[in-house]
Every structure is written in C-alpha cells, then in structure tokens.
Design a protein. Structure first.
Length: 108
C-alpha cells in the first residue's frame, strides 16, 4: 500500500461530499480504511449515543466529527492558503520531505 498524502496535524480542505468547502485540521488518520477525522467548524458532525462513564456521567447523545475519505481531502498550501497536491523530495540532508506542488513550500 502506498503512503497517504495527508497525516495528523495537516490543515486540509474538503473538496467533495457534504462538508465540501470546509477547512480543518486532521485529528486522526485511519490507514486501513483510508479515512480521516477532520476537526473543523463546518465539518459534518454525527450523533453518537454514549453510555454513562466518568467523562460523561449522564451519558446521552454526543456530537462528534464524521470520518471523511482521504480522496475528498486536499492539503492546504502553507504559502498561499489554497488547496494543493503534494509531492515528496529529498532535502539538503538527504531526508524525504513533503512539499506543496503549487508553491514548492515544504509541508511540515
């Protein structure tokens, strides 16, 4: 399986689906199912029923972010703020780094 173009901590934009146009930060990536959870204001939320526990003594319905397929996400260019494709190249020390194809800026 090839590497994914996004990883935890990336700022991404949703390019397809119910949350199209929303931006947020990747909280978690599920490599097996090729999905990611994006933390953002306009990202679709799902209702999850929870039993009472220490964190939520009453239980009830909790709203949390839905997972989104990685093909519907694009990394935001750190220089321009627009969605961009990513590539991999060697830096000065010979280590592989990801970079934005539009600006050439290295993505941390």
């Amino acid at each position: 399986m090839s590497k994914l173009h996004i990883k935890k901590g990336d700022t991404v934009k949703v390019i397809a689906g119910e949350s199209k146009g929303a931006e947020g930060v990747v909280k978690k990536v599920f490599t097996e199912s090729l999905r990611a959870i994006v933390d953002g204001e306009k990202v679709k939320k799902i209702s999850k029923h929870t039993k009472p526990n220490a964190a939520n003594p009453n239980g009830g319905i909790v709203k949390e972010e839905a997972s989104i397929h990685v093909s519907n996400l694009m990394v935001v260019d750190p220089k321009s703020g627009n969605p961009t494709r990513t590539g991999r190249k060697l830096d000065n020390e010979g280590k592989k780094v990801r970079y934005a194809k539009k600006s050439g800026e290295v993505i941390s």
